[in-house]
Design a protein around this ligand. Structure first.
Ligand code: FAD
Length: 301
């Protein structure tokens, strides 16, 4: 039986691994996709201390994983499909196998919210994207649309304006939530067209996205806009399905304080998946460190 199992290999999970191993605990980390999580999908991270010129998201992610693996972290590229969190012996099922552990650190992070349009899933990867920094370069010289009104949407529009021939940003309200400085930069960018009080109502295209239907919220009128790419940036959803019915949640996030302890003993939630005021790499890494230290303390290690 392991001392700890970590679910999720983003900044929170990788940092938890580093701290657990340095505390002499046995552990395994399960990651269903790639290490770094959301951090690995961003072009550059400019606010993580120690990198005055910024660092690429994938590069920082690989460095974190390398550091954890150099200490002996067992990273298993499998999706955790089921968790049994109550009781002294906790169980995780992945790839048809169940392993037992004394404690669990949940670091499943969050994922982008969908618009819930009829053809959205079908056209995802065929013009519809949730990550401008991942896919932006594919749209060099093309017409793209960004949906959303927060920092991410405006940052995406600015980033895409470097590649695309035209960027249209569509926001359902008449004012952007994004930082003022970002909005001003966007307003001054010649190839960004800003549509306020407007929604994307439908997507069209057979093999790939060709056109979107826009609706003016005030007049109710719809019109078609040809588009090669649609970047959806309308918020995040915590990945808490594994914990539902077992742990207390708040607004969909796992309820946990600064000590990362959840409503069950020896179960911790670290990073974007837990209730917290700021969701950033530094906070996720900090949570991972705290969760590992709390696990070591609670296990009497
Ligand atoms: C486009 C973008 C740009 C960003 N830019 C910045 C920035 O410049 N600076 C900054 O500080 N922050 C930035 N962030 C936010 C930052 O990336 C996140 O706050 C941080 O990655 C959260 O780390 P995490 O470990 O909590 O979760 P995540 O990074 O979401 O990682 C969670 C991991 O868990 C895995 N997982 C989920 N469920 C399972 C399962 N059942 N089994 C196995 N694995 C599972 C996922 O595959 C994922 O790898 C950005 C985020 C995005 C999306």
């Amino acid at each position: 039986m392991l001392d700890t199992v970590i679910v999720g290999g983003g900044p929170a999970g990788l940092t938890a691994g580093i701290y657990l191993l340095r505390a002499g605990l046995t552990c395994a980390l399960f990651e269903r996709q790639f290490v770094g999580g959301q951090a690995a999908t961003t072009n550059v991270i400019e606010n993580y201390p120690g990198f005055p010129e910024g660092i690429g998201g994938p590069e920082l992610s690989l460095k974190m994983a390398e550091q954890a693996q150099s200490l002996g972290l067992d990273i298993r590229y499998d999706e955790a499909e089921r968790l049994e969190l109550a009781g002294k012996v906790k169980r995780l099922t992945a790839a048809g196998r169940t392993i037992e552990t004394r404690s669990v650190i949940l670091c499943m992070g969050a994922s982008p919210r969908r618009l819930q349009l009829k053809d959205e899933e079908r056209l995802t990867g065929r013009g519809v994207s949730y990550c401008a920094t991942c896919d932006g370069a594919l749209y060099r010289g093309r017409r793209v649309v960004v949906v959303g009104g927060g920092d991410t949407a405006v940052e995406d529009a600015l980033y895409l304006s470097r590649f695309a021939s035209s960027v249209t940003i569509v926001h359902r309200r008449d004012a952007f939530r994004a930082q003022r400085a970002l909005v001003t930069r966007m307003e001054r960018t010649p190839n960004i067209d800003i549509l306020r009080s407007c929604t994307v109502d439908a997507l069209f295209g057979e093999e790939k996205l060709e056109e979107i239907a826009l609706r003016d919220v005030t007049s109710g009128k719809t019109r078609a806009l040809p588009a090669d790419g649609l970047f959806i940036a309308v918020g995040m959803e915590p990945r808490t399905a594994l914990a539902e019915g077992q742990l207390e949640l708040e607004n969909g996030y796992i309820r946990a304080g600064e000590d990362t302890r959840t409503s069950l003993p020896l179960v911790y939630a670290a990073g974007d998946v837990r209730t917290k005021p700021l969701r950033q790499v530094i906070c996720a890494a900090a949570d991972g460190a705290v969760a590992a230290s709390m696990a070591a303390l609670d296990l009497g290690a």
